[in-house]
Write a protein that binds this ligand. Structure first.
Ligand code: PGA
Length: 251
């Protein structure tokens, strides 16, 4: 792990959780405020219905809140959508954009994701921009090219001045219990780092690159120790306070 970058552990609750899940948040807060202070910055991205509660209840224990998606426009006739400004108003400091489930379920393209990331920055949020290849793209030897293409097209030029986070999430590893080998993760993160430095210089050298896809308490320590892995984006294992805390502690 590159020492000059503060590690980030972000939990993506996806479409899970209700007000009852706030007990998990309280348990996590208690764990985080008892032992040694965590080395990682801790973010939880709950469903939007719980954003305000997570942001206000998490703040006393240093837990930051993030949205899971935002619209590219600031306001208007977009039934069911939320703008980045609304997420910020509810207490978010981050927002995930371009998650593979949004790319697959809602046909989100790289330019659309770039526009969302720009909207997020405009509203004062830090976007967590997700990229990652499918299984067939990896099997056909195109993983690096796909990821490089997504990085080029979905990360705005303004990332040279604003803070953004990149999350590399191989689609086939999400929610499957399968992960790439440590060598495969290292190779992809090195490649992403090189591309970020090439495009953004010093800013690219300090942009956090998270790994996501079946991070569990059992594999967190070895994955998070890989060079250029600056933290993790955690789905399933972020839903239980104890598991998420074990992952945070693995940094
Ligand atoms: P997972 O999800 O940890 O459940 O594989 C990761 C993600 O989709 O961000």
């Amino acid at each position: 792990m590159t020492t000059t970058i503060t590690p980030v552990i972000a939990g993506n609750w996806k479409m899970n959780g209700s007000r009852a899940s706030l007990s998990e948040l309280q348990e996590l807060a208690a764990l985080l405020t008892t032992g040694d202070a965590p080395r990682a910055m801790v973010i939880i991205c709950p469903p939007a219905t719980m954003l305000h509660a997570v942001a206000s209840q998490g703040s006393t224990s240093g837990i930051l809140a993030g949205g899971q998606d935002c619209h590219a426009q600031a306001a208007g006739a977009h039934t069911g959508d939320l703008s980045a400004g609304m997420l910020a108003d509810a207490g978010a400091q981050y927002v995930i954009v371009g998650h593979s489930e949004r790319r697959a379920d809602h046909g989100e393209t790289d330019p659309a994701i770039r526009a969302k990331a720009e909207a997020a920055m405009g509203a004062g949020l830090k976007p967590i921009i997700c990229i990652g290849e499918t299984e067939s793209q990896r099997d056909s030897g195109h993983a690096e090219a796909v990821v490089a293409g997504q990085l080029a097209a979905s990360v705005p030029d303004a990332a040279g001045q604003h803070d953004v986070i990149i999350a590399y999430e191989p689609v086939w590893a999400i929610g499957t219990g399968r992960t790439p080998t440590n060598d495969e993760i290292a190779r992809m993160h090195d490649r992403i780092r090189a591309l970020l430095v090439e495009r953004f210089g010093d800013k690219g050298a300090t942009t956090p690159i998270l790994y996501g896809g079946s991070i569990k308490p059992q594999n967190a320590r070895e994955i998070l120790a890989i060079e250029n892995v600056n933290g993790g984006l955690v789905g399933g294992a972020s839903l239980l306070a104890k598991d998420f805390y074990t992952i945070i502690s693995a940094v």
